[in-house]
Design a protein around this ligand. Structure first.
Ligand SMILES: Cc1cc2nc3c(=O)[nH]c(=O)nc-3n(C[C@H](O)[C@H](O)[C@H](O)COP(=O)(O)OP(=O)(O)OC[C@H]3O[C@@H](n4cnc5c(N)ncnc54)[C@H](O)[C@@H]3O)c2cc1C
Length: 526
């Protein structure tokens, strides 16, 4: 009997291993690049009239995927086609696509760390979510193209090849992965995400986990070392952080005025947060305990802390949706509070700002108020203006519910803009998704002799808080309403901070760009 040694793999079997390491090295340097960007670039806004260079610098600073994704993809694709001829070794390149998608996973998981410990000094995790979204889509598309090309390749081969190849359990695992990957693409598009954020999130998590483990089984040569091990380490860290930094807590009180406004105030015990936290940081809240599977599968809900560390309770200001399925905090039910995530306000602003204007709309008050108090009480600045735009007068009343508002005097620097009359019969109607502020012609003066807002209906004060001015029926006119704000000699320490609907943020950005001042903003959507 003669025995013959048969080669298990062709000579190209290991051809893609160095390429995978290359992608990992690019990922490492890309993270370093992100860190360096925030050191060398200033948080200056760029607008329509700004130079191309300033607009590019802003996109780089803001980790805009339009600029960052091409940088990353060009870097990883540069040596993609090398050495092997595509006509003779097409499968080398098809396999390379698969390896590329898996080798990009560690970077993608790192971009989604909450909080992001790696880039903690320069970024908050919300800065990196848009890039994480687009990189995820790229990874999925590359993986799907890899699968489709293999199926085509087998279908074009000798008869029976396709069935034989799919029957191989390693290949079958890859084919089965199509289902979660394609549903992930479908559920991640904007309208589907808005239709059911929970469904999107569950599919996002399940697809992520199955991709990590199924591909580790499917890929040949193995991707266990180092990719799978790195991915498991990141997942374990994410799981640990979500477990360790969560506290179970009851709600102390919930102040509502549903007849007139959907803006509510929820108070949590002070112990829900650590002794120190940054102004305008946010917490994430889940209705499930850490031992409940849905704590891990469903999204937690981010809410900005409207209090400062010195306060005796933790105030939240929430714009509740009327949708029956939307998340609402209710008295009597315990919640898990995952704390606490830094705001999208750079440290340089909190430490060095000298002139600050804060402009917020609707529930964006939860971002603006703690910053306003911080720049009055903790890090006093030479100029502060606080502008709050609300849809109707009843929303101002939310301030009265806050624990420490009695001690705060806004009669010099707090301005309210009310865009709808108190007597408007539609004043309690659901706002458009983006909080479109409506304008009506109203000029009536509604501030009493103490500076408190007076209801047009019965003459009683609607809000006890003292504003410097109440402006009815008009939007903010940036140049006029902030005419004293910008001092040319101090632009480096001048900050405009905004939070609210995207059109408010964009007009703030334009104003900041026109005046060459620093700009930071937070938007309440991911
Ligand atoms: C950093 C940050 C701070 C926030 N602070 C406040 C605040 O102080 N006050 C306030 O009223 N709102 C705040 N929000 C918004 C608030 O978290 C969402 O409106 C809320 O989670 C929506 O819940 P829902 O069940 O009504 O959503 P759904 O009706 O299911 O979805 C509506 C939309 O809300 C967004 N969304 C839903 N769930 C989440 C989630 N878990 N994470 C992120 N986005 C989600 C999605 O874009 C979705 O399309 C904040 C959001 C962020 C990102």
């Amino acid at each position: 009997m003669s025995s013959e040694l048969v080669k298990r793999h062709g000579h190209t079997h290991y051809a893609n291993i160095p390429y995978g390491y290359y992608v990992l090295i690019v990922s490492f340097f890309y993270l370093v690049f992100l860190g360096v960007l925030r050191i060398i670039l200033k948080p200056r806004a760029a607008g329509f009239n700004s130079s191309k260079r300033s607009r590019l610098a802003q996109k780089l600073y803001l980790v805009n995927p339009v600029v960052h994704l091409p940088i990353l993809l060009v870097a990883v694709l540069l040596p993609f086609y090398r050495h092997y001829s595509i006509s003779e070794h097409a499968t080398v390149y098809i396999k390379r696509l698969g390896r590329l998608s898996y080798a990009l996973l560690p970077l993608n998981l790192l971009l989604n760390l909450r909080p992001n410990w790696l880039l903690r000094n320069n970024y908050t995790y919300t800065d990196l979510i848009p890039l994480h979204k687009w990189l995820s889509r790229c990874i999925i598309i590359i993986a799907v193209v890899h699968g489709i090309l293999f199926l085509i390749n087998w279908a074009l081969g000798e008869s029976g090849t396709l069935a034989k190849k799919i029957a191989n359990p390693y290949n079958l695992a890859g084919v089965l992965l199509f289902a979660p990957l394609i549903s992930m693409i479908f559920f991640s598009i904007g309208p589907m995400r808005r239709f059911s954020y929970n469904a999107f999130y569950v599919i996002h998590n399940l697809t992520g986990i199955s991709f990590i483990f199924v591909v580790a089984f499917h890929a040949r040569p193995s991707v266990t070392i180092p990719y799978l091990l790195i991915n498991i380490a990141i997942l374990l860290w994410q799981g640990f952080a979500k477990f360790y930094y969560a506290k179970r807590t009851d709600i102390l009180s919930k102040n509502t005025d549903y007849q007139n406004t959907n803006l509510v105030n929820v108070q949590l015990p002070r112990m829900a947060l650590p002794d120190q936290f940054e102004p305008a940081c946010h917490i994430r809240i889940s209705p499930y305990s850490r031992l409940h599977p849905l704590y891990w599968l469903y999204p937690s809900h981010p809410f900005t802390v409207a209090s400062l560390p010195s306060d005796t309770v933790v105030d939240l200001i929430i714009s509740e949706s009327h949708h029956p399925k939307s998340f609402k905090l209710e008295l009597g039910a315990p919640y898990s509070v995952i704390n606490n995530f830094d705001p999208a306000v750079p440290r340089s602003c909190l430490e060095q700002a000298k002139r600050v204007a804060i402009v917020c709309g609707g529930s964006g008050i939860s971002f603006g108020l703690p910053l306003y108090r911080y720049f009055k009480e903790i890090h006093p600045v030479e100029y502060i203006q606080f502008i709050w735009l609300v849809k109707d007068a009843y929303q101002l009343k939310i301030l009265d519910k806050l624990d420490t508002i009695g001690l705060l005097d806004g009669s010099n620097d707090c301005h309210a803009f009310i865009t709808r009359s108190v007597d408007d019969p539609n004043s309690n109607q659901e706002t458009a998704p983006d909080l479109e502020f409506e304008l009506e012609s109203m000029t009536q003066d509604v501030v009493d002799e103490n500076g408190a807002f007076v209801s047009e209906r019965d003459g009683s004060p609607t809000s006890k808080f003292k504003f410097a001015s109440i402006n009815l029926g008009r939007r903010i006119d940036w140049a006029t309403d902030l005419s004293q704000f910008v001092e040319p000699a101090l632009v480096d320490n001048t900050w405009l901070l905004t939070c609210g609907p995207s059109d408010l943020i964009e007009s703030g950005r334009q104003y900041a760009a026109d005046n060459s001042i620093n700009f930071a903003s937070e938007i309440y959507a991911l």
